[in-house]
Design a protein around this ligand. Structure first.
Ligand code: OSB
Ligand code: MG
Length: 382
């Protein structure tokens, strides 16, 4: 296999606007700054990644601005002009920086894209993914009334989505979910709390067991795996962890403790495709099903999610909905579309989609070329 040698990195600073506001227990998102990371190999091949951050540190501790800072001051200086034999080694190369996983993933994923393209293959193939059709779920933000939510669910069920995920918070949970279940007794339905509850809510959360949910996602604190164990012992509804799993080690500990029965894998949250694959493999071995979460990505992040989801333990529909559900116009071509609740995995090399520079220019604020190591910080060598 041909290795990667990064000649330059271009940080494309963009602002993108969702077609509709998206509300979770931690707030409402409408516009966000996204940094698109273009890694250019000495052969001239470009690969793409994206910071799946938003402008505020409400989901986790990172923002787009902190991710850009980490890239410029630490991560790019560590990788620029280095010989990278395989993208599997990037995760460990960046381990000298604690956390900042979304920043790390933005460049790690771009290196996977370069490596795959240089070697005339797809990321899915490099990972060992075999699924060619990805079932798609829809994540629905918190609505003003249960009736509005039911109408949204109806629209998405009619479009063919294979799973419906409803965002909840203490003032918008049982009444909303009951309304949906009454109207749709059999659909695969789940709830995502984004850490809105504590163990004091345990009696309240037990009422969810009557709703036959696929799972409840991240009910308790964003970095907890101990209280989730206590909750899981009290619930028949499977607990799924999102925010609390940042690494293979976190996944192992959560599984050993019995803190969850399902794991949501997000490439950004765990620092890249290599760690995502390792978590996938561990979960497969332990009988824990996984699914691919979403972070309201542009087509670049979405494409990486599709490549990852080809792995066989992604048995539950993920949150990677088609681009038109987020953006008036996405930046990749062909458009990412759904066919009766299925995304067909593209056959092309790398991420399988092309970044359309004309479309990119419409959301671009500025492009910053980095060709030399330029940092005042000491950076450990390989
Ligand atoms: O918790 O899964 C989450 C979006 C932003 C931050 C956190 C989450 C989400 C989603 C959206 O649920 C999923 C999507 O991309 O459609
Ligand atoms: Mg979540």
């Amino acid at each position: 296999m041909q290795s990667v040698h990064i000649k330059e990195v271009i940080l494309h600073h963009t602002t993108v606007s969702l077609i509709a506001p998206f509300t979770t227990s931690f707030g409402t998102m409408v516009d966000k700054d996204v940094c698109l990371v273009e890694v250019i190999d000495e052969s001239g091949v470009s690969g793409w990644g994206e910071t799946v951050t938003s402008n505020e540190p409400y989901y986790n501790e990172e923002t787009t601005a902190t991710a850009v800072y980490m890239l410029k001051e630490f991560l790019i200086p560590r990788l620029l002009k280095q010989e990278i034999s395989h993208p599997n080694v990037v995760h460990d190369s960046l381990a000298f920086v604690r956390r900042n996983n979304i920043a790390k993933a933005s460049i790690e994923t771009a290196i996977w894209d370069v490596f795959a393209k240089k070697n005339n293959t797809s990321i899915a193939e490099l990972l060992g993914g075999t699924q060619t059709e990805i079932p798609v779920g829809k994540s629905i933000g918190i609505q003003d009334t249960p009736a509005l939510l039911v109408e949204k669910v109806r629209t998405f069920v009619d479009e063919g989505f294979k799973k419906i995920k409803v965002k909840i918070k203490p003032s918008a949970d049982l009444e909303y979910l009951n309304a949906v279940r009454k109207e749709f007794p059999d659909i695969p339905l789940m709830a995502d709390a984004n850490s809105a509850y504590t163990l004091e809510d345990i009696d309240h959360l037990k009422k969810l067991d009557a709703l036959n949910l696929l799972m409840i996602e991240q009910p308790l604190s964003h970095d907890d795996i101990v209280d989730h164990r206590i909750l899981q012992q009290e619930l028949t509804t499977p607990v799924c962890l999102d925010e609390s799993v940042h690494s293979l080690d976190d996944a192992r500990k959560a599984i050993e403790l019995g803190s969850c029965k399902i794991i949501n894998i997000k490439i950004g949250r765990v620092g890249g495709l290599y760690e995502s694959k390792r978590i996938h493999d561990l979960c497969l071995e332990k009988g824990i099903p996984v699914w691919c979460g979403g972070m309201l990505e542009t087509g670049i992040g979405r494409a990486h999610n599709i490549q990852l989801t080809t792995l066989k333990n992604f048995t539950i529909p993920g949150d990677t909905a088609p681009s038109a559900h987020y953006w008036k116009e996405d930046i990749v071509t062909p458009e990412i579309v759904m066919d009766h609740g299925i995304i067909h995995v593209p056959k092309g090399d790398g991420i399988g989609y092309e970044v359309d520079r004309e479309k990119l220019s419409k959301v671009l604020i500025s492009s910053e070329r980095i060709t030399e190591v330029d940092t005042t910080h000491p950076i450990p060598s390989a």
